[in-house]
Design a protein around this ligand. Structure first.
Ligand code: FAD
Length: 465
């Protein structure tokens, strides 16, 4: 069998793997990356990017549809819009293709060899790849596992026919008339909101007492209100139970214990993702696990010398930017740099409507650190820019130590505030205190003034509230 060697072998070209390989290539490390599907992984092909494209298209459509429906307060009226969904999907797919090509080009430019095929471990230094031209053996000094994650199915609702995961939801060729979303976490709500805006009758079935249970109620309430305004039916404390025999309805148990059936064209199951750890010979390696994830240390090393792991396969938060930061760090470690995971925070954004941004500790998490804390929020209803956008729902909240005012966390919920995450992250990584935010001029009129005002309020002298 054909055998090639390299210093660094990366398995999986998602955001973690390709970032690792590109950085390694920049550092002059002889690197091979193996990818079974398309460069860019879940994020670029069936995750972050296509979902945000769909969310954007849906928001644009809904804005026009609203003007047609109700004579918008902005004085705009228009005829009822029509939607060529095939064109929307073609536009979304084209973004994916451009980015696939972009990642492949960046790998080439960094001198990284991309091997297309499915990799299987033979031992800790060797993998066999099924390529189109036959099996290929690759031997490496260091191997990085970056195989990502896959959607979790419910045992009584296996994927197939009307039951779909986020992957199929992003490839639908027509909008389902009746869509039931099982699981009210960020992926289900992002996609459910988009389909509701595109005209589907959407029902969300969530077992927890409220949607987005990973966030506190103050953050999730504006999203729940907006879902109601969009006509989405949100059933909390409710459990999906079974598919009705011919597959056209879903049986659920409501919060009150009542059995009910919901007619469906599609059931989108978004109850979580699990690490991709099977099917590629991982069992041969006997790595320590942090069930169900691969256990890593602060340098992303596994329990076996010469094998590292990054990205979704290593645990929560399963986010592309965490995978990328780990990938970059591992490449630098392989190049001999002194690096360890020292990030204060990993921002998380929920691209619902309104968007939620969280960085660092929530008030309740901060309360458990043993420090006395100060937390204050500034509502967008007192923010000029939010009013000019006709979106005054939401707020920005700061969480700081009471003694020295060092920020421990920043959260916000508001229309289009995802981009504020950079300011929030920077503040935490720089060790900013409330006074640093208060002493920074924030441009007017912007939603970022809400951050300034939340800090001022915590210091006892907010101006605009
Ligand atoms: P992945 O991106 O999963 O890539 C792993 C790659 O490895 C895949 O391409 C796979 O084909 C390949 N592979 C696996 N096994 C093998 C093998 N044996 N041989 C060869 N190749 C193999 N994250 C965000 O940060 N922001 C968002 O807005 C966001 N939105 C999302 C929306 C949706 C609908 C979904 C599903 C996910 C979203 N995510 C988002 C999560 C994000 O996609 C993941 O956190 C990220 O892709 C993880 O990167 P990764 O490199 O660990 O793995």
């Amino acid at each position: 069998m054909n055998e090639i060697t390299c210093k660094l072998l990366v398995i999986g070209a998602g955001p973690g793997g390709y970032t690792c390989a590109i950085r390694a290539g920049q550092l002059g490390i002889d690197t091979i990356i193996v990818e079974a599907e398309k460069p860019g992984g879940t994020c670029l092909n069936v995750g972050c990017i296509p979902s945000k494209a769909l969310i954007h298209a849906a928001a644009e459509y809904e804005t026009v549809a609203q003007a047609a429906d109700r004579n918008s307060v902005l004085g705009i009226s228009t005829a009822k819009p029509s939607l060529d969904f095939a064109k929307t999907i073609a536009w979304k797919d084209n973004i994916g293709r451009r980015l696939n090509g972009g990642v492949a080009g960046l790998l080439r430019r960094a001198g990284v060899r991309l091997v297309a095929g499915y990799a299987r471990f033979r031992d800790g230094k060797t993998v066999e790849v099924e390529t189109q031209s036959g099996p290929q053996m690759i031997r490496a000094e260091t191997v990085v596992i970056a195989t990502g994650s896959e959607p979790v199915a419910l045992p009584f609702l296996p994927f197939g026919a009307r039951v779909i995961s986020s992957t199929e939801a992003l490839a639908l060729t027509e909008i389902p008339k009746k869509l039931v979303v099982v699981g009210g976490g960020y992926i289900g709500l992002e996609l459910g909101t988009a389909f509701a805006k595109l005209g589907a009758a959407v029902t969300v079935v969530e077992a927890a007492p409220r949607i987005l249970p990973q966030y506190d109620g103050d953050l999730s309430d504006p999203v729940a209100r907006r879902l109601r305004a969009l006509g989405v039916s949100v059933l909390t404390g409710a459990k999906a139970k079974a598919l009705v025999a011919d597959g056209t309805a879903l049986e659920i148990e409501t919060a009150g214990g009542e059995r009910k059936t919901l007619d469906v064209d599609k059931i989108l199951v978004t109850v979580g993702r699990r690490p991709a750890t099977s099917g590629f010979g991982l069992e041969l390696l006997d790595l320590d696990m942090d069930a169900p994830f691969i256990r890593i240390d602060d340098k992303c090393r596994t329990s076996m010398r010469g094998i590292s792991a990054i990205g979704d396969v290593t645990g929560d938060p399963m986010l592309a930017h965490r995978a990328m930061a780990q990938g970059e760090m591992v490449a630098e470690i392989v190049a001999g740099h002194r690096r360890a995971w020292d990030r204060i925070s990993i921002p998380a954004i929920c691209f619902t409507d309104p968007e939620i941004v969280t960085v660092g500790l929530s008030p309740s998490e901060a309360g458990q650190t043993g420090f006395d804390i100060k937390t204050d929020l500034f509502p967008f209803k007192a923010n000029g820019r939010a009013l000019t956008l006709d979106r005054e729902d939401g707020f920005i909240r700061t969480v700081a130590r009471a003694d020295n005012h060092v920020l421990l966390g920043i959260q916000g919920v508001g229309a289009g505030i995802a981009e504020l995450s950079a300011a929030f992250s920077l503040a935490l990584e720089m060790g900013a205190r409330l006074e640093d935010i208060a002493g920074t001029i924030h441009a007017h009129p912007t939603q970022s003034e809400g951050f300034h005002e939340a800090a001022l309020k915590s210091l006892g002298h907010a101006i605009h509230i």
